[in-house]
Design a protein around this ligand. Sequence first.
Ligand SMILES: [Zn+2]
Length: 235
Amino acid sequence: MPSDNLDDLFAHNRAWSAQMERDRPGFFTGLVKQQTPRYMWIGCSDSRVPANQITGLEPGEVFVHRNVANIVVHSDLNALSAIQFAVEHLKVEHIMVVGHYGCAGVKAALNGTRIGLADNWIRHIQDVRDRHHVMLDSLPEDVRADALCELNVAEQVVNVAVSTVMVDAWSRGQKVTIHGWTFGVHDGLLQDQGLSVDGTKPLEPQYKAVVQRIRYKWSTPAALAGDSGTETPAA
Ligand SMILES: [Zn+2]
């Protein structure tokens, strides 16, 4: 049973700090000088998806931004500021947008469940749902949330890619690649969704290929045989 005593957290923290110092003498002294992460993680706030633990990265190795359902909104100064700091100051080489299966935000968006203020936030995922409603409606009901999780990741990779931060970085010749990943809470495994954007190739064909791959992945053979695969064009 988890304890309500917050002293436990401090006790664990002291033990962890001491263990780190035993295993890696001077570890924290090194961290004080500078953080030099090669990676930026944009993920869901869900407590089951901790960036460092999943990837085996230590403090100082991954710059993290998390919000409900890993959304990057064009005008979200919080996310954009984090991306700008990561790209322009920390010079990260890879940005991973990481969705996760079983995401409550994605499920609420799919089903139109009212939560509260967050309804307005996950409205962005409902826009993704609506854009791909032909595909989603054609899928078996029990896989739609997983498919929308992947579609949302693809959409947010595009949103990062078209941000002024990335457009400017690539125009300067900076090498930064944006990746779309998903995480399985049920098995602890990451999956690369096959969308890696580095500013050298047109975005639209890459996005369309991933959407098509998602459709093939989740469709039943019968649906694929009888379906034209047409999608509602993006607004
Ligand atoms: Zn989530």
